[in-house]
Design a binder for this molecule. Sequence first.
Ligand code: ATP
Ligand code: ZN
Ligand code: MG
Ligand code: MG
Ligand code: MG
Length: 501
Amino acid sequence: MEFYLKCSLKTSANPAAAKAAVETIMNQAETGLLAKGAPAGEGAKIKSWSLDDNRIHIELTSGKHVRVHDALMRLKKSISEALGKEKIGVRGVEVEKFTIVVSSAHDLKNKTIPYVKSVFFDEIQKILCLELDVGEAEMKNQVPDRILTLIEDKLEQGDYGAKAEHWNLLWESEDRPFSYTADPTEDMLKLGWLKRGSGRGQWIHGPVSTKLFRTFEKIVVDEILNPLGYNEMIFPKMVMWDIWKHSGHAKGIYPEIYYVCPPKTRDPAYWEDVMDYYKVTKEVPVELIKTKIGDPIGGMCYAQCPPCWGFFQGETISKDSLPIAVFDRSGTSHRYESGGIHGIERVDEFHRIELVWIGTKEQVVETTQKLHERYMHIFNDILDLKWRKAWVTPWFMAQEGIAGIAADEVTGTTDYEAPLPYRGKDGEWLEFQNVSINGDKYPSGFNVKCQTGEQLWSGCSGVGLERWTATFLAQHGLDPDNWPAEFKKRFGEMPKIVKFL
Ligand code: ATP
Ligand code: ZN
Ligand code: MG
Ligand code: MG
Ligand code: MG
């Protein structure tokens, strides 16, 4: 990797008067000023410099330590002091050329990156050359560093290719035969348990599937939330950009969120033409509406836990409040699943209980351990499922340094997966929930501190009610006589079904 910067410091008068002082600074810089903080020999280098009537020309190169823009700021400070003695001021920086060269196996797909003038891929040398269009303000604000991180992320993401997650089996229950092998959604439709909603990937749950959801919820409440002391909260379900900036989701959720736009005004007169159009044509004038709504302010709940962090944001938490263990089941989650939607298991509108716990590292690890044990009890002793647990870490977590790497094998995600017999012996298993230890990602993203100064960690777990239902019914069928006794006991009587003629 190489950074290159050609620029000049504009001066208020001819800098010749301070030539000797500038020369001394330049001669000593590579071993002093520009080496500070870098491994030996890896600081920035001065390729050339010269004085002009009203400026000092400087050409710098560097690797990843003391990058050229940092190097320039260091030089500028020293030179300003030296010129100051001669009553000459530095009037700013003019950048002539700023390039970053990184080795890469392939070109970039998207070349419209802010502050990047051009991207060139050298097929033979296997390098990417980026020319930046940055000034002093951008260099001070670390824009070049962010561009480099972005490029490195993209290249790493490309290297991961199709295998976007790594997957390690942690535990698996015994094999068993399945007597029911139909797609439960199809059978639920036949029995009138649910109907399709008018939106894509959306269902209207009748009394039976709703009672299934509520029974699962009750099991979670009785077997986990009450015994482990979780308190209920209500997290917002419209999520503003600000929250996703702090949680990190703003880096990539755009293809999967449902956007929220407010009306430009609530004045009925402003909307009268829309109303009139509808009244006359019986069509909603979508194009006209587009002109009357504001910019998206955020999206519908996607991951459920990020908006809960607004409650703790900027606060210092007393030690005796820890560990904090809360949950939310106050509303729907929404994802644009595109062509992936199927049955009730992959939908655009779904229902989850989300558990969030916060504490010291030890507390978070211990809370997570207890949770895994309780889940195991539910799936084995109450729901009697065939299932497994796997350690999965998406590549983006690996990049953000929150994957279980080297010294720390605990941060990351455990997926709970189950086979759906209707998909056949080799069919893909369904992730029906997950448990994550997120390290200090959220406390530091939302600036939450512990009274004692100890680092705060957090974890979260999303119990997907559609996914539990799909798994349970796919393995046990729809006939309550075939359901495990422990579940039937909790489910109680079958609600009366509405008959349609
Ligand atoms: P998948 O790998 O199946 O796409 P995910 O990893 O994207 O799921 P998470 O972001 O981990 O899902 O969300 C937590 C939980 O929310 C999942 O384990 C699942 O129970 C539920 N969930 C996620 N997406 C959907 C969906 N489209 N329909 C129903 N439940 C979902
Ligand atoms: Zn979460
Ligand atoms: Mg998904
Ligand atoms: Mg997944
Ligand atoms: Mg997941």
